[in-house]
Design a protein around this ligand. Structure first.
Ligand SMILES: [Zn+2]
Length: 281
């Protein structure tokens, strides 16, 4: 890790972005308690305990591994003159816009892969096994998922040829968007609908966390939802009070130690414990 890269991470991530994200999480936590979108099934106190334990492992992996790797990959792209944007040499505003789009498309692809590849799903199910969905779910990832993402997302940043600053700024917006769309916040319908023309909203992501297979297999986008539109995986038609959140084969509150060893178990069938397949009637 070069000195200039560490300095950039310090300045942009540690001293500006991360504190701002933390304030945002507290604000969203307060707001979603006041204006709830979906009824809770599980105890908030228990979930707070579990989700903060699992999230803290993800945060350490993010800060010590993913963030430095993304910056390093972008740095290498610059040093070796690699990657699409280094070849295209677009003027500044276009360069920033395309870098953002490329990185956001990479996030879509990575998320979708987590659902499609059984090995990756072993880790990603830890995030989806939450019986409720709110801002505390936003960082509830198995640290293994974050570590594996280094390869894919680092490689993508290198191939895109983005700069270290671009990848860091994108990552901060990515984290902010993730916190936002996981919230259980009842935005006025017209605001949610307006935002959903462009970005992922809490209602939209709520559908992705449904136990119904078709609904989980939709809405993979992280910031912009154009990727789901292009791949025809966008769904906005499920009322939130009809969503059963989680994965069908785990219907109890799985605690942190259970979640930590979950990736060691083989992929479970997409069925309720009683053998029924969740369907939307
Ligand atoms: Zn997912």
């Amino acid at each position: 890790m070069g000195k200039s890269n560490s300095k950039l991470i310090n300045q942009l991530f540690d001293f500006k972005g991360a504190p701002l994200l933390a304030v945002g999480v507290l604000a969203l936590f307060y707001l979603e308690k006041r204006y709830a979108l979906r009824k809770r099934k599980d105890s908030l106190r228990e979930r707070l305990k579990t989700n903060s334990m699992v999230s803290s492992t993800a945060i350490v992996a993010l800060r010590l591994s993913l963030i430095p790797a993304l910056v390093k990959a972008a740095f290498l792209a610059g040093e070796r003159n690699l990657g699409l944007l280094r070849v295209l040499r677009l003027p500044s505003p276009f360069n920033h816009i395309i870098s953002f789009l490329l990185l956001d498309y990479g996030s879509y692809r990575w998320h979708k892969l987590n659902h499609r590849m059984p090995f990756l799903w072993r880790f990603h199910q830890v995030h989806h096994a939450d019986l409720d969905l709110d801002v505390t779910t936003a960082l509830r990832f198995h640290f293994g998922e974050v570590l594996i993402s280094v390869l894919y997302r680092g490689g993508w940043a290198l191939l895109a040829g983005v700069t270290p600053r671009q990848v860091l700024v994108y990552e901060l917006i990515f984290e902010g968007a993730t916190n936002f769309h996981h919230t259980n916040l009842r935005l006025p319908r017209h605001i949610d609908r307006g935002l959903a023309r462009l970005i992922v909203t809490p209602r939209m992501h709520g559908i992705h966390h449904s136990v119904v297979r078709d609904e989980t297999d939709s809405n993979y986008s992280v910031i912009l939802n154009i990727w789901d539109r292009l791949h025809q995986s966008l769904r906005l038609d499920i009322p939130q009070d009809q969503i059963n959140t989680g994965v069908p084969y785990i219907r109890h509150h799985a605690n942190a130690s259970e979640l930590m060893v979950m990736p060691l178990q083989p992929k479970a069938e997409w069925k309720f414990p009683d053998g029924q397949v969740p369907l939307r009637l």
